[in-house]
Design a protein around this ligand. Structure first.
Ligand code: 6MZ
Length: 357
């Protein structure tokens, strides 16, 4: 076997292993995780209804390979035009869950920004209800095919606040999350274009969430903004998304705070938040036994999946299969869901551990 063939074979074995591994996904945006084929179908439907002006343009934007961070946010604007119907929201939720289940994700914390739209009669509440309907549909389909998904997939929801929103809109989202707690909403996320708005606008809403016992995760340090990073660390959220661009003293501070970090390799590389995989802060986090979890961010927008992200960790940082298993297993410590579910997930990992030593 040539060395190329051997490498190819080793890669195949690794990818198969990563797919088989039970995994926890804690940073996945619903509208960033839609299949390209579904987006194209929705675009065609809108084209026939005359609700988008140029199908070829939309198609080109959807299928573009490389995107800067700002181009990503242009794409999100396009996607949001395509997903304004309740039925579409239900459909994409169901498909996204099926896709994660198909690669052995056993717990998915899906996040999405509740949106209102006067034209389609959508309110933040009806948006979330459409998402919940998608979760129910996915559960039904997956139950019917339970032999394909030995451990099943538990889905919980985080409601996101977009950095373009106002304080009042953010508070509305937190109130909605509190009302929907019994339906599987387990926390709040602050996301959106990092060069837009001021995160302090959302501090009243985030503080309110915390006072009411809702965990909070913040997108932090996707771009150079040391003052914001400083303030976010002082707020001490329950988790941090990305945390790529920090100053020396802030890395030290983070190290002491031990706030779990949601790491998204492909997203960080594609958007240029991190120059190369060798420069990725995962190396430092991992070496120092820092609490972290590997995630996808936007599996559709970045054409990735959680198994590939684990494979990237293995090949780029020389991790063994057992190291990957430990990473996946430890992620249960950082979920926002209730304790009994944590114990259920721990049992899944304990049950399969002998196969992964
Ligand atoms: C910050 C991001 C993001 O909420 O409509 N989003 N926010 N940084 C990122 N890194 C690339 N990727 C996605 O999903 C899409 C929304 O998630 C946030 C943005 O607000 C985007 O509009 P939902 O389901």
């Amino acid at each position: 076997m040539s060395s190329n063939q051997a490498q190819h074979r080793a890669r195949e074995i690794l990818v198969r292993y990563c797919k088989r591994l039970p995994k926890i996904e804690l940073h996945a945006h619903l509208n960033g995780s839609i299949r390209d084929s579904t987006l194209l179908e929705l675009a065609q439907e809108h084209d026939q209804r005359g609700t988008i002006s140029s199908y070829p343009n939309v198609r080109e934007i959807i299928l573009k390979e490389d995107r800067s961070l700002q181009e990503c946010f242009k794409l999100f604007d396009v996607i949001h035009v395509l997903t304004t119907d309740h039925s579409f929201i239900t459909r994409i939720t169901k498909e996204v869950i099926e896709d994660f289940a198909a690669e052995n994700v056993v717990y998915l914390e899906l996040r999405t920004t509740p949106k209102s739209n006067v034209l389609t009669g959508m309110t933040k509440r009806s948006y979330v209800e459409a998402v919940l309907a998608g979760i129910t549909k996915a559960n039904l389909v997956l139950c019917e095919n339970h032999q394909l998904h030995a451990h099943g997939i538990q889905v919980r929801l985080l409601l996101s606040i977009d950095r373009r929103e106002t304080t009042d809109q953010a508070i509305e989202t937190v109130k909605l999350a509190l009302e929907m707690k019994s339906h599987g909403v387990v926390g709040i996320d602050l996301s959106g274009n990092p060069v837009t708005g001021n995160w302090k606008t959302f501090l009243p809403a985030l503080t309110y969430a915390r006072q009411c016992g809702l965990p909070v995760t913040l997108h932090c340090g996707e771009v150079h903004n040391p003052d914001e990073v400083e303030e976010m660390l002082a707020f001490h959220p329950d988790r941090l998304g990305h945390a790529c661009v920090l100053q020396e003293s802030q890395w030290e501070r983070l190290h002491n705070l031990r706030i779990p970090v949601e790491v998204c390799f492909t997203s960080n590389l594609r958007t240029g938040c991190v120059k190369s995989i060798c420069d990725h802060h995962f190396a430092w986090l991992y070496k120092t036994h820092y609490p972290l979890v590997i995630c996808t961010d936007d599996r559709g927008v970045f054409s990735t999946n959680l198994s590939s992200e684990y494979a990237i960790a293995a090949t780029s940082f020389d991790l063994s299969e057992h190291d990957l298993f430990e990473l996946a297993k430890n992620a249960t410590r950082f979920i926002f869901a209730e304790e009994p579910l944590k114990r259920h997930l721990d049992r899944i990992f304990a049950g399969v551990e002998p196969n992964y030593r």
